[in-house]
Design a protein around this ligand. Structure first.
Ligand SMILES: Cc1cc2nc3c(=O)[nH]c(=O)nc-3n(C[C@H](O)[C@H](O)[C@H](O)COP(=O)(O)OP(=O)(O)OC[C@H]3O[C@@H](n4cnc5c(N)ncnc54)[C@H](O)[C@@H]3O)c2cc1C
Length: 440
């Protein structure tokens, strides 16, 4: 029997961003690592907006640009679009900080990027085991995790440390008692999007981009989500546009909204339709995002195991940060696994160093600071309705007040707000918003 026993120094569950990062760091540290992925290949099951941030990639692969990552475009213009019922106010920034080379963020298609990312882990020595799902853990009688059980015949893999990077699921976290309940709809956004193909020159002309070395990442607020908590996005790929939105699952259920209808309504909006007109639908899909924030996080470690990335609810929804948290958390979990190996101690006492490491950087600091934000938009729907429409109306008045006494203009602009929300309430909203993002 013993000859059939499959043994590694470490097992990583999931070859997404967190998992491949963890495998890469441990393999470089000399460990024999199994990277288990349920998809046909890394990225096959992944879906996102979106942009990937180079600070995280560079921490693991400093010469990443020489290794030709499959980026679409650098983000050279970024910001918010406020969608009113019949208009759009754009607040984007370009130039300055966004001219960095390499850029701070690159628009990416995950099927391509994840394959490249996992390749870096394989080149470091990790063994990728695709088409294999981890379904349970091997545990000592004392409860210490000592490997995983996969869906393959005789699919047990023994290892003294396991890093769980299963994405938005919490099935494995539940099995270890790191969290004691199923995912809750109020903490999950359902993000749905289309990838629409258009000639590169058409994209450049429609979005005001000089060439394929310039790209736009916009977060869209307001009418995109029918005035309910949610956020849309537009990203320009080389020869396509990624466009979609995320809304909280409980709200979709409560208002009996169908994602397809909401996305179609967004695409038909008079300010959006001309941008996608004549495009060909390449891809349509949805994916959950764990947006519950700090309060929704599981316990991050136990004897012989740690958890990283979406599986640990490491997402900052306002900033679309999830990929970088996943990569850095995977790296920190891996460093902790290396420490455990060097000490020969895989108990929770050593695994707890993972949480210490997370606390030293931006991940836990930001998640703590934004802990109130996940419910903020739900309790302040005016940010999705009143203010985008006010902005559009008041700026519209400003830029059409030619030949009018300007006192009338400013009274009109003020009225565009006070007809919707009293000044006292508006001031209160600003204070609440500041409190929720500053963590006061
Ligand atoms: C529409 C959308 C837009 C987004 N936009 C952005 C953005 O612009 N920027 C940003 O930073 N973030 C964005 N995010 C969030 C980002 O995609 C995630 O935070 C990130 O992918 C998390 O990485 P991860 O490695 O934790 O999980 P994932 O990337 O989901 O990887 C998990 C992997 O584990 C595998 N797996 C799962 N269970 C098992 C199992 N039992 N056994 C074996 N393998 C398993 C899966 O197949 C998958 O490959 C977006 C998300 C969505 C849905």
């Amino acid at each position: 029997m013993n000859s059939e026993r499959i043994e590694f120094d470490a097992v990583v569950v999931g070859a997404g961003l967190a998992g491949a990062a963890a495998a890469m760091v441990m393999a470089r540290g000399g460990l024999n690592v199994a990277l288990v992925e349920r998809g046909q290949k890394p990225g096959g099951k992944n879906y996102f907006g979106g942009a990937i941030y180079t600070h995280a990639i560079a921490e693991l692969v400093p010469d990443f640009m020489d290794r030709r990552p499959p980026f679409e475009r650098p983000v050279t213009e970024a910001g918010f679009w406020f969608l009113a019922r019949d208009g759009l106010t754009r607040m984007t920034v370009q130039g300055g900080e966004l001219n960095a080379d390499p850029a701070d963020a690159y628009i990416t298609l995950r099927a391509n990027f994840d394959a490249w990312w996992a390749q870096q882990a394989q080149e470091a020595g990790a063994l990728l085991i695709p088409k294999t799902t981890v379904v349970d853990f091997l545990r000592k009688q004392t409860g210490e995790v000592v490997g995983v059980v996969t869906d393959r015949p005789q699919g047990e893999i023994h290892a003294p440390v396991v890093i769980i990077c299963e994405g938005v699921n919490n099935l494995l976290a539940q099995k270890l008692g790191l969290i004691d309940h199923d995912l809750e709809p109020a903490t999950l956004a359902l993000a749905f999007k289309q990838v629409i193909s258009l000639p590169m020159e058409t994209i450049n002309a429609r979005f005001g981009l000089q060439d394929e070395h310039h790209g736009l990442a916009a977060s869209v607020l307001g009418d995109v989500s029918l005035g309910l908590p949610g956020m849309g996005f537009v990203y320009t790929n080389k020869g396509s546009i990624s466009i979609g939105l995320g809304m909280m699952l409980d709200q979709l259920a409560e208002y009996r909204l169908r994602p397809y209808d909401i996305l179609q309504r967004y695409l038909d909006h008079p300010a959006i339709a001309p941008l996608v007109q004549g495009g060909q639908l390449l891809e349509y899909g949805g994916h959950l995002i764990p947006e519950g924030g700090y309060h929704a996080m599981p316990k991050l470690y136990t004897d012989g195991a740690m958890i990283a990335g979406d599986a640990a609810a490491m997402v900052n929804a306002l900033h679309w940060e999830g990929t970088n948290m996943a990569i850095i958390a995977g790296k920190l979990a891996a460093e902790t696994a290396l420490e455990a190996h060097s000490r020969g101690d895989f108990t929770a006492r050593v695994m707890s160093r993972y949480e210490d490491r997370l606390g030293e950087g931006f991940i836990l600091k930001d998640l703590k600071q934004y802990r109130g934000f996940s419910r903020f938009l739900e309790t302040h729907p005016q940010f999705m309705d009143v203010y985008p429409n006010f902005l559009n109306d008041s700026l519209g008045q400003f830029f059409s007040a030619y030949g009018k006494p300007k006192k009338e203009l400013f009274n009109g602009m003020l009225g565009a707000l006070t007809n919707r929300r009293s000044l006292i309430r508006a001031a209160g909203d600003i204070v609440s918003m500041a409190r929720s993002v500053m963590g006061w």
